[in-house]
Design a protein around this ligand. Structure first.
Ligand code: NAP
Ligand code: MG
Length: 461
């Protein structure tokens, strides 16, 4: 072991048992991986577009062949339910397949000009770094590395310290699929070491970061020194707005999993519910029944809907907002959670006194939702927008015009009417305001991993 190596014990959040101890890399190993990524860059971007596409499709196939293994790893490492974990591994496959079509479709333009031919090219940036949080280790990794590789970049990726296992495995599978060594390197290490080095290293041209707003702000400040490109996907405190003309029963039935999925550790969690005053009581009654029916328990069990929190630290954070808060918190009702070993926290519904309460304003990142009434459409939009964040949100109404007006009025990047739609790889994803900068996924993601080059060819003799 080189002197810069330290170790991290990966712990199963449902049992508190150590799963594996992994070596964490330091600055030296990070620099070596970046140097290798620089070295292999020209060969990678020189591969014929159809062949680069084929390699990415092959990578997607190999992920698919290992889908169950990857899913089980995530159940063990992150406490994700097995159903979710299978979806997450499948998402990596799908994102690779979607962007495998990109190398052959990285179109420039031909622009009419006098005296020559003017064309644009989409050139790769060079080495792209991806920094991944612990809440969705597989999908968020894929949203960064798949389009980055498709655009001809080489990639270094740092998983969160808590959840490195699936990313490490994806790094192996890339090699198995035939990606040349050094094109995609996974570096398990600390944010303050490896992540920090990605941001300060002169040969890294872009930082694609998902995580907390505070760390994202720090990355943006430091990236300014070398004018590094950044994409930031940060926190959220998204509103679920239920109007009196909605199918209130459907809205109430869908509300629990809109904030309990992944035990609430979801940047898109609808963690604020706004209910029109005249249907507030009817909604709450049906919401309570639906919440009590959510199955919380062993994440490996096929029927489980919610597992444990990722760490004891995250559970302490959640308790700090509810049970051990310095502000009085009125709990309306709770679901159940297992007792004993594991970082369990029950589904919890709180009633803030006003929009100034911390449970209403701050991202808790756990299975806690705050509910407030509103009076009319203008009040709903104003309350939904009274937040630093702007990631997602939902609107329940049968009035088409209202659905459109409110969707246009809410300042957030991803809205959903009469559903709580999750992220789709074929549509853009990202936040307004403190929820981030830039967009991932969808048809335009390649723009975030390329520079536009304009070339004029003189046609005069
Ligand atoms: P975090 O502390 O910001 O960490 C995210 C990643 O950044 C981790 O890999 C972390 O490494 C690394 N990191 C930490 N300090 C760094 C630094 N100084 N320089 C470079 N990298 C650094 O967030 P988290 O605790 O993993 O995740 C929870 C938060 O992320 C929540 O607030 C949530 O809203 C947000 N989030 C947002 C989205 C989105 O799409 N908008 C998605 C997921 C999560 P270590 O693990 O070693 O600390
Ligand atoms: Mg952190």
């Amino acid at each position: 072991m080189s002197p810069t190596l330290t170790t991290h014990a990966v712990v199963n959040p449902a049992t508190e048992e150590t799963v594996r101890t992994i070596d964490l890399v330091g600055v030296e190993e990070t620099d070596a991986a970046i140097a290798k990524a620089v070295e292999v860059g020209p060969a990678w971007r020189g591969i014929a577009p159809a062949d680069r596409g084929r390699l990415l499709r092959r990578f997607g196939q190999v992920v698919d062949e290992h889908l169950e293994e990857l899913a089980q790893l995530e159940v063990t490492n992150a406490g994700h339910t097995i159903g979710n974990a299978r979806w997450e591994a499948g998402n990596v496959r799908d994102v690779l397949t979607y962007y495998s079509a990109a190398p052959e479709r990285l179109f420039g333009r031909q622009i009419p000009v006098a005296g020559g031919l003017d064309v644009t090219f989409k050139e790769p940036l060079g080495v792209v770094s991806v920094i991944v949080p612990w809440n969705f280790p597989m999908p968020i990794a894929g949203w960064g590395f798949a389009p980055a590789l498709a655009a001809g970049n080489t990639v270094v990726l740092k998983p969160a310290e808590l959840t490195p296992l699936t990313a490490i495995r994806l790094g192996d599978l890339a090699l198995e699929a035939g990606l040349p060594e050094g094109v995609f390197t996974v570096l398990a290490g600390k944010g303050s070491v490896v992540g920090e080095r990605f941001v300060t290293h002169p040969d890294v041209r872009k930082v694609c970061f998902t995580g907390s707003t505070a760390v994202g702000q720090g990355i943006m400040r430091k990236a300014a020194d070398s004018l590094k490109r950044i994409t930031l996907e940060l926190g959220g405190k998204s509103a679920n707005i239920v109007f009196d003309d909605a199918d209130v029963a459907a809205a109430a039935a869908a509300a629990p999993m809109s904030f309990l999925d992944n035990a609430g550790q979801d940047c898109c969690a609808r963690s604020r519910i706004l209910v029109q005053r005249n249907v507030f009581d009817a909604f709450m009654e049906q919401f309570e029944a639906a919440l009590q029916a959510v199955r919380v328990g062993d994440p490996g069990d096929e029927s489980t809907e919610m597992g444990p929190l990722v760490s004891s630290g995250q559970r302490d954070t959640v308790r700090g907002y509810v049970d051990e808060s310095d502000e009085p918190v009125d709990v309306a009702f709770r679901g159940s959670a297992p007792e004993g070993k594991g970082w369990w926290y029950p589904p919890t519904v709180v009633l803030p006194k006003s929009t100034g309460d911390k449970v209403w304003r701050e991202e808790i990142f756990g299975p806690v939702v705050a509910v407030l009434p509103f009076d009319d459409e203008a009040d709903a939009i104003a309350k939904a927008n009274d937040t630093a964040y702007g990631l997602s949100g939902s609107i329940w109404t049968k009035d088409l015009g209202r659905g459109i007006r409110v969707a246009r009025g809410v300042e957030a990047g991803n809205l959903s009417v009469n559903s709580h739609s999750s992220v789709r790889y074929s549509t853009p994803f990202g936040g307004f305001k403190a929820s981030g900068i830039g967009r991932e996924l969808g048809p335009d993601a390649l723009d975030a991993f390329t520079e536009t080059k304009n070339v004029f060819f003189n046609t005069n003799d």
